[in-house]
Write a protein that binds this ligand. Sequence first.
Ligand code: IPM
Ligand code: MG
Length: 375
Amino acid sequence: MAEAIKVLNTVAEKYNHKFVYHYCLAGGAAIDKTGKCLPQETLDKVLSADSTLLGAVGGPKWDNESPENRPEKALLGIRKAMQVYANLRPQKLFKELDSPLKANIVGSGIDIMIVRELVSGVYFGQHSESVENTEKTATDIMKYTENEIKRVAKVAFELSLKRSGNLLLVDKANVLATSKLWRKVVGDMAKSYPNVNVSYMYVDNCAMQLIKNPSKIDVILTENMFGDILSDEASAIVGSIGMAGSCSIGDGSRGFYEAIHGSAPDIAGKDIANPIGMISSASMMLKNSFGMFDEAKSIERAIELFIQNGYRTQDIMQPDKKLVKCSEVGDIICSYIIGRSWCQATRSGIWQQLMLIHTGSTCNLQVYCVSNIKF
Ligand code: IPM
Ligand code: MG
């Protein structure tokens, strides 16, 4: 998060914007300070802000919390409250980085956009545990309504039009009733999108095709849990989950931005994590919520330069490259932002309320609220 803030501050300076940051507690840090994984104050602030950036939640320390108070519940609670139903998870392989897949497989590049439904499905269905005939039993309900499918599918159709025009619906329609509904709704919508070629694939096959033929896949549309699983797989084939940012949007411009990696407790506090996923989430926020296209482009270009100039964090390290610490990455990327003359911004005085959420993923859990601070 600290690296993403450095980058946002640099963008603000270069393009003459002012961001107001409010730091809030969620997840493990909130449990430690307030007893609750998602304090009402955090929720209120999130809902009144223009956008929210979130650090990873959780860690082994909170594994024994009740299911309702696990750190992950904070994340799910915010997604639901904000109604950010479309989670965009782009996965692109930088040509300079190594994929664990063979060169002949990644030869023509990998550039996949996963559109994951984010506020419904089995994540939000009823979860229950009981004893039936003396046997422990558990149930998780997966439910989708037509409208829940339509609204996220629309995002995927529109995105496909801006990309190759190929949209792949991933489901398990040979088994699940919800998947059959997804096929029906998406099939009907396809009639209004003559320029989008819709195809269908079962999720098990998709998991395999991502490894065998990733270059053939462009936009994937899928339900909540399949999207969670496939996006981890896709991020691994493009080098490292640390590189992946994500953007979650709903009906308005307000969004929720988070790196797709978890809290990585094994490396927390060692200054070796890869902050590029978080930095690119901030860039997506500028583009998707604030309409700051040049600014977002300057961040994306700076990330490219970072990679092209041979800098690497340990997760993407290669022979003869320059290994840098997490805390150095933001500085290097900021220097490229300042040094390059991308279209100079003419806009000024734009204020955006920006929410930053600290979680229990690092050792430094100091959290405070800041309002109306001019940077
Ligand atoms: C993700 C994460 C979350 C999810 C967890 C932490 C609840 O894995 O954002 O991919 O499953 O959505
Ligand atoms: Mg996940």
